[in-house]
Design a protein around this ligand. Sequence first.
Ligand SMILES: O=C(O)CCCC[C@@H]1SC[C@@H]2NC(=O)N[C@@H]21
Length: 191
Amino acid sequence: MKLRDMMLASMFAAVIAILGFLPALQIPFSPVPITAQTLGVMLTGAVLGAKRGALSLAIFLLLIVIGAPVLPGGRTGITVFMGPSGGFLLSWPIAAFAIGWFVDHTKGKISFWKLMLYTFIGGIVIVYLIGGAYMAFVTQIPLAKAYISCLIFIPGDVIKCILASLFASQLHKNSVMMRMASTQRKIRTSS
Ligand SMILES: O=C(O)CCCC[C@@H]1SC[C@@H]2NC(=O)N[C@@H]21
C-alpha cells in the first residue's frame, strides 16, 4: 500500500469522525442510535475500494480505542465496543471492505444502481447481521427480536445508500472522464 492510499484512508476516517459531530438520534425500544456515520462507511467503501476502505474504518476504530471522541456525543474508548452498539461498530470495516470489493470487481460502468445494490448489501445487510447478533448477545435478548429491532434503521439507512451512491457514481464517472482525457492528451502529444 502506497503513502497516497494511507492518506486517503486517513482522510475518509476523518470524514466519518466529522459526521460524528451530527447528534445521534436515540429511538424508543432500541439501545442503538440512528447515526450519520453509516453514510461515511458506505461512502468510504464505494469511493476507496476494498482494501483502502477497510483500512480507513480500521483507523477510525483505532481512534475510538485510543480515546479520541469521534462518536456522536463525544463517546469513545474501548468500553463502547462492549455496549449494544459494539457489533455495529466492529462490522463497519467489513462493510466497507464488502462494498469496495463489489466496486473493485465491477466490470464496465459503476452506475448509481450498482452502487445502490453494493451499499445495501454491505452497509445494511452485513452491518445488521453482525450488529444485530452482537446486540442480542450483549443485551441477552432473542436473536429474532434483535434483528426485528434493526428494521427501524432501514428508512434512514436507505436514504444514506442513495446519498452515498449518488456521490460515488458521480465521482467514478468524473475519474473515468479524467482518465480518458489524459489518454487522449498523451496520444495527441506522441503523434
Ligand atoms: O455510535 C455508536 O455507538 C454506533 C452506532 C451504530 C448505529 C447502527 S449502524 C446501523 C444502524 N443504522 C443507524 O443509523 N444506526 C444503526
